[in-house]
Design a binder for this molecule. Structure first.
Ligand SMILES: Cc1ncc(COP(=O)(O)O)c(C=O)c1O
Length: 380
């Protein structure tokens, strides 16, 4: 793979994008030409069309970020006061925060020890007559057991939503992340596989749901009219944001290849450390590994915080695996009294795992150095 155009940093960076001169030329074209008449939303329209097609979806709606994509979808589905939405314990807060925006209740399900994604059996146990949806998160690029999740959701008559924020380019049995459930969402944050600074996208197939979400996205009005029939959101994308999305997405294969290279390099450098688990790629999965993460086996007898403190003391950046949401003060009112007992895998894995650097600036030497720091900290 040619690495001549790769971004560079003397420091080991935790996360960050790969923006090329070609990307800058496309954004410059938007800045020069993308403001008037039919050009004013041209990059938005082109990107949405191509992004939907690539995922085998009928529709795409860009939004200011992925959090707003989730919010738009929940509102579009009519999820509201008193409803329950099942989310995995281990994920970024953005998967669950929009449930609270809707005054619905997030209900936390345990994760699977192999995929680190939501566990279908745990979901089944959490379903009540108030449950309206399950949000399955493709954590770190890993894929959940979607067939089992779909069956659980179909049997209960509830929606399956896919939070694919971290999984652009992953596949499960030949189907791209972004094609599962009633709707899927992506993030184009600075730290994600493709970036627009802040940005997100909602993918849908259903005509009525698409029309509803499009209406909700722009202050409750029919496109081109100034006659608002409901008070809704302003979650519109800009042509500027979309020009960078378009440019980055043209390079999706190269970007995913590099993410996988980072993952493989960490696997190589940590190969001599026994009893660890790095992002899995079981049969049928193609993992685009937005970020590698490592779970340290119990034989190491070490906790996440000790590893993070040790790495920080060695002068490299350190970031934890996601905390169980029920452990966070932000969600305390939704946590059950037996939160840890209800989600033993999530509490156990989260306590023994860290998120590894995933910046596009990482070199082989930096990955080796970081891996050596890990070995020093755990005494391997
Ligand atoms: C799993 C997951 N869901 C949702 C989001 C929210 O994305 P954004 O920051 O674009 O709102 C993120 C981003 O970090 C994420 O990792």
């Amino acid at each position: 793979m040619s690495t001549s155009k790769l971004p560079h940093s003397d420091n080991i960076e935790m996360a960050g994008p790969w923006v090329t001169e070609e990307d800058i030329a496309i954004v410059t074209d938007m800045l020069r030409n993308g403001w008037y008449g039919k050009d004013a939303y041209q990059y938005v329209e082109t990107f949405e069309k191509e992004f939907a097609q690539w995922h085998g979806r009928k529709y795409a709606l860009m939004t200011p970020n992925c959090t707003t994509s989730i919010h738009l979808l929940l509102d579009g589905l009519g999820i509201t006061d008193g409803d329950e939405v099942i989310v995995p314990e281990c994920t970024w807060v953005a998967s669950a925060a929009p449930v609270v925006y809707q005054r619905a209740r997030p209900v936390f399900a345990d994760i699977d020890p192999e995929t680190w994604c939501i566990c279908p059996q745990s979901v089944k146990q959490k379903i009540t007559d108030k449950t309206k949806a399950v949000i399955a998160v493709d954590l770190y690029g890993n894929m959940p057991g979607m067939d089992a999740l779909k069956k659980v959701c179909d049997d209960a008559g509830i929606y399956l939503i896919e939070d694919a924020a971290e999984a652009l380019g992953s596949k499960l049995n030949g189907v791209r992340a972004g094609k599962f459930g009633v709707g899927s969402v992506f993030s184009f944050h600075r730290t994600k596989t493709i970036t627009t600074g802040e940005g997100g996208c909602l993918l849908l197939d259903d005509d009525t749901l698409f029309e509803r979400c499009k209406f909700l996205r722009d202050h409750g009005r029919a496109p081109g009219t100034y006659f608002n029939t409901e008070v809704t959101f302003k979650y519109m994308p800009s042509n500027l944001q979309a020009s960078l999305a378009y440019a980055q997405f043209k390079r999706i294969d190269e970007l995913v290849d590099r993410k996988r290279w980072i993952w493989k390099e960490f696997e190589k450098q940590l190969a001599d450390v026994g009893d660890i688990q790095i992002n899995p790629e079981p049969e049928g999965v193609y993992n685009s590994v937005w970020a590698p993460a490592v779970v340290f086996g119990k034989s190491h007898g070490i906790q996440k915080q000790d590893i993070l403190d040790g790495l920080t003391a060695l002068g490299v950046p350190a970031r934890p695996f996601f905390y169980p949401l029920s452990f966070l003060p932000a969600f305390s009112e939704y946590a059950s009294d037996n939160a840890e007992k209800n989600a033993p895998i999530s509490y156990d894995i989260s306590e023994r795992a860290i998120h590894l650097p995933c910046a596009f600036t990482l070199t082989q030497e930096q990955i080796k150095h970081y891996s050596d720091c890990i070995k020093k900290v755990i005494g391997a």
